[in-house]
Design a binder for this molecule. Sequence first.
Ligand code: TRP
Length: 351
Amino acid sequence: MSDSKNIVLTGIRPTGALHIGHLVGALIANVEIQNQGDYARMYGMIADAQGLTDNFDNPDKVRENVMEVALDMLAVGYDPKKTTMFIQSEVAELTELTFYYMNLVTVARLQRNPTVKTEIAQKEKFNGGVPVGFFTYPISQAADITAFGANIVPVGQDQLPMIEQTAEIVNKFNNIYGETLVLPHAVVPKAQAAARLPGTDGNAKMSKSLNNCIYLKDSAEDIAAKVKTMFTDPNHLRVEDPGNTKDNPVFIYLSVFAKPEHFAAFLPEYANYEELAAHYERGGLGDVKVKKFLNSVLQETLEPIRARRESFVARPDDVMDILREGTKVARAAAAETVNHVKRAMKLNYFE
Ligand code: TRP
């Protein structure tokens, strides 16, 4: 056991099955942090209540995806012995904290949150008005983080404004009511800054609604079919033509996933990604060959994840037990924080 005092919290919204974008953007890094063991406790939260803030009209979707996301987390190596996996909505203390923190945030400050701003602009369904629940989700995220005393929060770039806003809430709370809450620090995994995976169609974002994702649960046949029809360089018409690797999703995926071992096993004419990319840029390398290689690399990468996933799909009751046990532990920790918070706010009448 490590004597580290770190508390790590990761969170995922269960609004769709997880794909290879999540894998390189967050999951690999989270599992690495988990396995390095430099923490007193690590939490993996399934943020279903936050998922509802823009899916309140689709409870089935959120419910089904809690299980999907739990399976995906286990599949990539979240280990319930090391990471306390839990369901956000089952920790009622989080909503309680959110209500108190709401006093510490102005409407103008929420309106300035760049991530919320972008999300609101992107959502046609908010034309009828932005729900208060969605508008204030950064406050509930501050509750998620502070409830567990998390000082380390691994997140993607887009979540940095949330951590910043949480830090402001922590400082304001501690200033007014006395030192109570722990200041969080965002950790943006290295790989993540480099890799925001485009969709298979070349769209900048991999997203379920664009139907351009490779999911962790995709079968070997699904993967092969998706790779075969991937967007490449539209100007690379003949094999001899020079090709573009920069805006070419096939090459972007290879740059992230292809390791020297893969070259040795499947494409020994090249030692590494740089050699392959240089040949494509020069001309003389066809898309079919590169896609075949990408397929081999992805199959090799995703096969063990899919196998692990299948082993948990076969025992859904065990998965629910993992979440139930994790939620108990999480709830006890959050209840302790609520006690401190209420005492600090002089709301401890019956103590
Ligand atoms: N907002 C995060 C996302 O969309 C999910 C999340 C909810 C989260 N609560 C959190 C992340 C707390 C980190 C900490 O991916």
